[in-house]
Structures are given as structure tokens and as C-alpha cells.
Design a binder for this molecule. Structure first.
Ligand code: SF4
Ligand code: SF4
Ligand code: SF4
Length: 260
């Protein structure tokens, strides 16, 4: 019997903390997964780390230097499918929240008179430079979602993003609601689910690391309007959403829908 062709996978990192790649490395079944795919490049795990021809490229990090820009364009050229992996790649991440500020001034505040080898700027998401086929949300993504994405590609189909909010998982787990019971500006109602409400589970209000939910789902209004009714103001919500998602084109639209 002819052996089934294995899909070729590339795992890349631009400017980032490498946490998403680490998540992939810590997936329990990674060895079994590797038997079903051919990993042609894994930047974090190999000293070679060259960009190779592949079927699916998972890319973490934001485009922050000229070198990142060259790399992401090269990855796009050499990959049939590109998956933006994690908040940095999808929305620019925390480093992207400085968009609009003076890069040189910020650099000096943090690094003083030191310099770096590459021409750099405030981080931007991949989609500003290339066509992205799929987003794998999270900071970092959840283990079960990494497996789900790989499994769907392996079956020749594609992954779907969740269209319900963190609140749904929070309620399902029976956690007390920090918004209703403590008046905290929890972003759960407008953030895409998948983390199983990790932060509310520890009594911490969601700060939106998974990105904004599409707001054309039926229950968006009734959940989000709760902010308004509880006296949590527009600026407070906007500021929180901008920690991870300042460059999400949906923010203004969503905030207007909630508070407009
Ligand atoms: S999304 Fe989060 S975990 Fe992934 S690279 Fe960015 S900061 Fe790190
Ligand atoms: S607002 Fe926050 S704490 Fe309340 S149900 Fe939603 S996710 Fe849970
Ligand atoms: S609760 Fe919110 S901030 Fe916490 S992991 Fe989930 S999406 Fe991210």
C-alpha cells in the first residue's frame, strides 16, 4: 500500500516572546502529531531555521522590523496556507498597542542609547503585509485548539473560529460573574471564547487576549449592553480592548455598537 503523503508544516516566529511556539512544543501529543505531518522548519527548535516550501505555515509574532517584513513575505510565497498564530500575529499583540506613538521615543525610554541591527517600528499584524488564511487566537493558543487546527488540516478540511464569547464558557463552568457581582470591566461578553474562561476562573476579569468576537451574532447585544447598564464607560472598555487588539479593525465598530 502506498504511504499517504504527509502535509509539510513550517512553524515560524517574528518579533514575539516565542510563547506560541512553546505552546506547540508543549502539546502532549506533539510526537504523535509529528508522525502525521512533516515539520520542515521550526524556528524555535532548530538552529537552521530556514524558510522552507510547505503546505501550512504557522506564524507567531508581529511585523516589527524590516527583517520581519522580508520574512513574512517569503513565508507567504513558500506556503500554501498561512495561519496567524496568537494575538501578536493576528492583532499586533501588546507591542502593537503602541500604534500611533513615536517608536524612537519609546525605544529610548526602554533601551536608552543602545541600538539594534534592524530598522524597526511599532509592531503590526501579519495581515497588513500578506494574505492570512486562518487565525489561531490566544496568547498563547490553547492546546486543544492547536490540535484541532492540525487535525482539520490533516483531514483535508479547515478550522472554524468560535462565534460565541468567553461568557458562555464562564457561565457553563458556573463561575461567579465579576461584571455583575463586582462591577469589574470584564471583557468576556465581547471576546471570542476558547480559553474556557481562564481568567474569571481565578477571579480575574478578562482583558481580551483572544481578540474581539464578530458582533453580528444574535446574543452580542444583550451581553454587551450589560456594560452600559452597570455604568462601565466606553473609554474604560476601549482602553482594555486596546491592550491586545488596538489594531483590530473591529474595535471601533464593536464599541460603537455597545455604547453608541
Ligand atoms: S501571542 Fe502571546 S504567547 Fe504568542 S508570541 Fe505573542 S505574546 Fe507570546
Ligand atoms: S462578564 Fe466575565 S465574569 Fe461575567 S460571565 Fe462574562 S466572562 Fe464571566
Ligand atoms: S479570560 Fe480573557 S484574558 Fe483570560 S485567557 Fe481568556 S480571553 Fe484571555
Amino acid at each position: 500500500m502506498r504511504e499517504k503523503m504527509k502535509l509539510k508544516i513550517g512553524i515560524y516566529g517574528l518579533t514575539s516572546c516565542y510563547g506560541c511556539q512553546l505552546r506547540m512544543a508543549s502539546v502532549k501529543d506533539i510526537l504523535e502529531i509529528s508522525n502525521n505531518f512533516e515539520i520542515v522548519c521550526w524556528k524555535m527548535m532548530s538552529s537552521k531555521g530556514e524558510i522552507e516550501q510547505c503546505d501550512i505555515a504557522f506564524v507567531e509574532g508581529s511585523v516589527t522590523t524590516e527583517k520581519d517584513e522580508e520574512e513574512i513575505k517569503m513565508i507567504r510565497e513558500k506556503s500554501k496556507i498561512v495561519v496567524a498564530m496568537g494575538s501578536c500575529a493576528i492583532h499586533g499583540g501588546v507591542q502593537g498597542s503602541l500604534l500611533g506613538e513615536d517608536y524612537k521615543k519609546i525605544f529610548k525610554e526602554v533601551y536608552g542609547e543602545n541600538s539594534i541591527d534592524y530598522k524597526a517600528k511599532i509592531g503590526e499584524p501579519l495581515k497588513k503585509y500578506i494574505k492570512v488564511d486562518y487565525n489561531l487566537p490566544g496568547c498563547p493558543p490553547e492546546e486543544n485548539e492547536v490540535v484541532y487546527y492540525l487535525a482539520t488540516f490533516g483531514m483535508g478540511t479547515y478550522p472554524e473560529e468560535k462565534d460565541y464569547p468567553v461568557c458562555a464558557e464562564c457561565r457553563r463552568n458556573g463561575y461567579p460573574c465579576l461584571l455583575i457581582e463586582k462591577n469589574e470591566p470584564c471583557l468576556g461578553p465581547i471576546i471570542v471564547a476558547g480559553c474556557n474562561a481562564r481568567c474569571p476562573a481565578h477571579n480575574v476579569a478578562c482583558i481580551g487576549c483572544r481578540g474581539a468576537l464578530q458582533h453580528n451574532v444574535a446574543w452580542f447585544d444583550s451581553l454587551a449592553i450589560t456594560f452600559k447598564n452597570r455604568g462601565i464607560n466606553k473609554e474604560e472598555i476601549k482602553k482594555r480592548m486596546e491592550i491586545f487588539c488596538k489594531q483590530s479593525e473591529k474595535i471601533e465598530e464593536i464599541i460603537e455598537k455597545v455604547f453608541g
